[in-house]
Design a protein around this ligand. Sequence first.
Ligand SMILES: [Zn+2]
Length: 457
Amino acid sequence: MGSALLALIANGVVSAVNIANVRGNQGKIRSMARIQTTRSKFIPMLTIRETCRLCDSRDSRVVLELPPTPIGDRYTETPEPDVERFPLTLIRCTACGLLQLREVIDPETLYGHYRYRTGESLGLSAYFDRYVAEIAPVMVTNRMRPHVVDIGSNDGTLLRAFQRRGYIATGVDPIGGPDTLQGAWSLTASKLMRGANGQADIITANNVLANADDVHGFMEGVRNLLAPDGIFVCETGSGPDLISSRLYDCIYHEHLSYFGLNQLRVLFGRHGLKIIKAVHTESKGGCLRIIASHGGDGEGVLSDLALEQRDASRLEEAGFRRHLENTKLEVKRWLVQHPERVWHFGYGASVGVTTLRYALGLGGKINPFLDDNQSRRGLFVPGAPVQVFMSDELYERPAHASVVILLAWRYADVILAKHQAFLEAGGVILQPLPTLTVHTAESYARRILATGNPRTA
Ligand SMILES: [Zn+2]
């Protein structure tokens, strides 16, 4: 039993705990903890899905089994070295091809310490401004002030981008906020919104469909709220990109489904929505942006891209597993071969960085962590008594005795440009992904020469 559970019991929140061992499809014993609260109500902390959340098939194969990992965004004010760790298994349904997580943590546990705020993500504010400009021409409504509902509106960054252009914009999100219904998206939330403001001309859902365990309930809510001539704009991390671009850091407990176009077509079709546009975007390492409307079986515009994606990602699964294992060994070997680098800094303090720390076997080997997001300053990383400092902390240690392990690898260009002084003083930046790269002052100078631009070197 984990210490988090024990703490709950000690604090009188929980009066009894049952641990039930259940035997799953693969013959392994899986542990399922159920907490009995003082109101005698059972709240499962972790459940193991036995069926595909899209097509209900029971046939699946394991794509990647990561080590037990704490909830990735649980950066806390006090250290929690013994916090609960949960299995993290990426599987693929052999019937419909949906990549998904086998484990589902109950939302109260999962989002209890939720810290992510859209506006804090590097570049996302500007991204949403472009996003609004891009979807405006697709609308068919002729209302003067179209009504937009953003599902998972978080801190309202997208709502404000719409409002600046004269739209009426409201949101739904568990964290609440201005113009926002506080709660998770569901058919019930959809009915409440419809009762209050009528149907929506545009519904947006960015990186939130993937977090829903009940994807059909999610889509029924969309169908109910969407006006007859409305459009649904859905952006979600792409499963094929996850595999081909080695986006291991996109695997975390909040992120339950990793869709390809084929699975989105099936899902939307089952709820009477037709895909009218499908675009691949570079957001978060590779996303699909789908625009859909009522009145279809989901066929709509779908290209060879869907088929290409399916075939490529199936072939790549073995390479995906091997690459992570090799990267883990290479990082370990480099650290062993450079004992003079006694300071091991980690760069990045996000949910995905937690996945990488455990996946690369670096759980206790990095101290401290660096980040450029002020809201992470001084927090402790999930599962270790290790603090996050702002990145200028790097200059408090001798560069010749330091190595930075760049876990926020998708921001490598910006971070390298920012810390040239560290490299020039003899520091090394070790970037594990997409392939292990050792950045030094010399290698960085060569990159600048080759491209002429430090930001895109
Ligand atoms: Zn399936």
